[in-house]
Structures are given as C-alpha cells and as structure tokens.
Design a protein around this ligand. Structure first.
Ligand SMILES: C[S@@+](CC[C@H](N)C(=O)[O-])C[C@H]1O[C@@H](n2cnc3c(N)ncnc32)[C@H](O)[C@@H]1O
Ligand code: SF4
Length: 416
C-alpha cells in the first residue's frame, strides 16, 4: 500500500468521537480522495492512492418478505453483519467516501438501520436505499432527510391482488398505509432527493402497466425502472416470465400503451433493461457523486460492495469476482490487493475476462451509453438528448449574450 494513501495517512485524531474534525475538513478529505481517484484512473494505476467514493453495504441477507421471483422464496437469507463489525468497517471506509448505499440482498429497513444511519451521518455521507417500503415510516424518512440522495421503492404493481400475489398477502395494505403517512408528512415540503419505483416485469403485472404509470405519477416519483426478471426455476419462468407467456405483439402493445401514458403524464419510464426504448419526459435530479466519465466501469473503480459475511466484491453481481475478506485483511489491503490489481489491469487494457466481459453495464460505459443505465445520471450525460424548454431557452440566451453557437451534432466527444 502506498504511503501516500489517504486512509493510511489519516491521523487517529481524525476519527469521529473526539469532536476535532470539523465539517469542512471532512468534506475536504472527501474532495481530495475524489481528486486522487480521478488521478489514479488517468494514470492507470494498479495500486490506488484513493479509496472508493461509494460504499455499498449489504448488512443483512435477511428479509421480512418472500417475493415469488426472489431467491428469498427458495433459500431465505440468514446472514447479518454484527454491528460491532459494521462500526469497525465503516470507520475505515466512510471518512473518504461520499455515499453509503444500502442495497441489500435482504431488506435494509429491518435490523439496525437507525444505528447505521448515525454512522453515515457522523461521516457526512449521502445515502441511497432500495427498500420494499413495508417498514418505511414518516419518522424514518424524516431521519433520512438531508442525507438521502436516492430512494428506490420496490413495488411491482399498484393492484392489490397482483402485488399480494407477488410480494405476499397484506403487503399492499402495509405499503399503502405507509404511503399515506409519508404523503401527509411530505405535504408541500420540497424534496431534495431522487425517488423511483422499481418494478420487476412479470406476467401478472404486465396488463396493469399503464395503470402503474398513472399511479407512479400520482405518487410523485421521478421515474419507474422496469427490471427484467431473472428466474431461478423453470416453473417461475413458465408462470411469470412475460417473454415466455405473452405473444410478442401482445407484450409490445402493453409496453407501448405504458410508454404513451408516461409521455402524456411527463413521467420517466426506464425500459432498456427489458429491451424497450426508455421514455425520458423530463430532466431528473442528478445523483452524486457523478459517475466517472471514462470508458472504464465506473462501478469497479468508484464503488465497493461489502457482504454480510465480510466478503468484498467490485460490483453488484458478485459471482466469481471475490476480492478478499475483511475477516482476514483490512479494507485497504484488499482494495490494493492482487485480485483488485489484476482486475484494474484488465480494465485499463480493455481486456476483461469472466463476468465483466459479458456485462451490459460495462458495455454501456465503454460505448458511452451509461446515462441510460444509471438512474439520476441523465441530467449529466443525456442532457442534450432530453427535450427541455428551459434548456432551449438557456441555449438561446447563451447565443444572444455570447454569440456562442450550439456544437454541431454528429461529432464524437473525446473521452479520457
Ligand atoms: C433483492 S431486492 C433487495 C432490496 C429490498 N428487499 C427490495 O425488495 O427492494 C433488490 C431488487 O431486486 C429486485 N428483484 C427481486 N427478485 C428479482 C429477480 N428475480 N429478478 C430481477 N430483480 C429482482 C427487487 O424487486 C428489488 O427491486
Ligand atoms: S422484499 Fe426484496 S429481498 Fe425481500 S423477498 Fe422481496 S425482493 Fe427479495
């Protein structure tokens, strides 16, 4: 490990609890880490001087539901990272990180959620969360205010029989009760974070897709992300895979109806994961920190995934990409260990093997379409492609004041 590494050069007095580090210093430490990260990438370093900007903590694989399409219905998760270890690990990785993502294989709102928030708050980290919303109360939302960057709610239908069929009896009632409470709490107060619905496209929810778009618009979310179902059994495929159960024309018609409804209502409908064209009706709030603008995989270079058994992975699809275990090594040793160095070497030479070679997300980064794949990054990378009256106005004003003409289309942007 380099002696210049930010984490190793951090004096112990910088740890929270001693009250010595002021907010500004914390933010400076994060900014310096981000600068170093971009330098590491520009220099194609195999041993990074920086640490990850985004920490994905999968603290628990336990869930309170057994959704029919989820692995929890077959082999329920049982592992939870004890809080003593959560503290030790986050104390190591959060001082330099901008964001904590609670994206778990289980449900992040069960367990020691508030205690984890306290740690993230202490280190002034932003927060992303994907939740089934059964435990999303107004008190919890209030606790997250100021920290939240992206709240993604997994709800596969607004129709009670359909949602309860997919997510379990009583789930619709529980979520709607929470939504009413959240609606009353939010009232007219401005919302500073991105919100979205995640829906797994299934045979039982396809016929209600247009209605779901209306429901999402009324709920005030920024976008609906439609996810392709991976299936664990042949039975699930035969019953719930819409690509298996519907004739192509019929599926196309349902999707097209939903697209038209999204256009009419001005909602962003994200469909590329199921093979259809997205509807981008309006600009979205950008998530932070912004993805690294290069032809490399932003996830591998900028983020890290920590599993409940303390295994470290470079991305959301663990598979074969085991980088090490925090049971045996400290985070910085793994981050610059042999497995990470090998992966970076492959990435920088664009000679990826294994799961990375087949990864759609990586191809999107490489081909500059990542704005389409990363929710909340559209304002950054896809801005010029979004019809936005304000942008047109701004373009005209710029032309009038500075005589600046819009760049001609068709020229490929140079990338680092
Ligand atoms: C595994 S869940 C964990 C977080 C939380 N329990 C939830 O439901 O949001 C993360 C996401 O995976 C989605 N998911 C579950 N089973 C899936 C499957 N078979 N294929 C694709 N996505 C799936 C869920 O709908 C959810 O949006
Ligand atoms: S709530 Fe999330 S983790 Fe739990 S069973 Fe459903 S999809 Fe899986």
């Amino acid at each position: 490990m380099s002696s210049q590494n930010l984490a190793t050069s951090r004096p112990d007095a910088d740890r929270p609890g001693d009250g010595q580090m002021r907010n500004r210093d914390r933010q400076l430490q994060k900014q310096e880490n981000s600068r170093l990260l971009r330098e590491d990438i520009a220099e194609k370093r195999l041993v990074f001087k920086s640490l990850p900007e985004i920490i994905n903590l999968n603290q628990t694989s336990v869930c309170n539901l057994r959704c029919i399409m989820c692995f929890q219905a077959y082999t329920p998760g049982t592992e939870t990272l004890p809080m003593s270890r959560v503290h030790a690990i986050l104390d190591d990785v959060l001082p330099t990180a901008h964001k904590l993502k609670l994206t778990t294989a289980g449900e992040p709102l069960i367990g020691e959620f508030e205690e984890i928030l306290d740690i993230a708050d202490q280190y002034e980290c932003k927060l992303d969360i994907i939740t089934n919303a059964t435990r999303l109360t107004a008190a919890r939302l209030e606790r997250m205010e100021g920290m939240l960057d992206h709240l993604a709610i997994s709800i596969d239908s607004h129709v009670e029989e359909v949602l309860d069929h997919i997510r379990g009896e009583g789930v619709h009632r529980a979520i709607m009760k929470n939504f009413r409470e959240l609606g009353e709490f939010l009232g007219d107060r401005p919302r500073s974070y991105l919100t979205s619905f995640n829906m797994v496209l299934m045979t039982s929810n396809v016929p209600h897709l247009s209605g779901f778009v209306r429901f999402a618009r009324e709920a005030g979310v920024d976008h609906v992300r439609v996810i392709r179902m991976s299936y664990m059994t042949q039975e699930l495929k035969e019953k719930e895979d819409p690509f298996h159960c519907f004739a192509k024309e019929e599926l196309d018609r349902h999707i097209e109806d939903a697209r038209q409804e999204a256009k009419r209502l001005g909602l962003n409908l994200i469909l590329h994961e199921v093979g259809y064209k997205n509807v981008i009706s309006r600009t979205e709030r950008m998530v932070s920190p912004e993805p690294i603008q290069s032809r490399y995989c932003s996830q591998m270079l900028q983020e890290v995934y920590i599993q409940p058994n303390e295994a470290i992975y470079p991305c959301c699809i663990p598979g074969d990409l085991f980088m090490g275990s925090l049971k045996r090594n400290r985070f910085e040793e793994i981050w610059n260990g042999r497995a990470y160095q090998r992966l970076r070497k492959q990435m920088f030479s664009q000679e990826l093997v294994g799961p990375c070679a087949k990864c759609k997300l990586y191809r999107a980064y490489r081909d500059d379409d990542a704005y389409d794949y990363i929710p909340g990054s559209r304002t950054l990378r896809g801005f010029s492609r979004i019809p936005d009256p304000l942008k047109k106005l701004a373009d005209r004003a710029r032309e009038a004041f500075f005589g600046e003409k819009k760049k001609k289309k068709g020229k490929k942007r140079k990338r680092s």
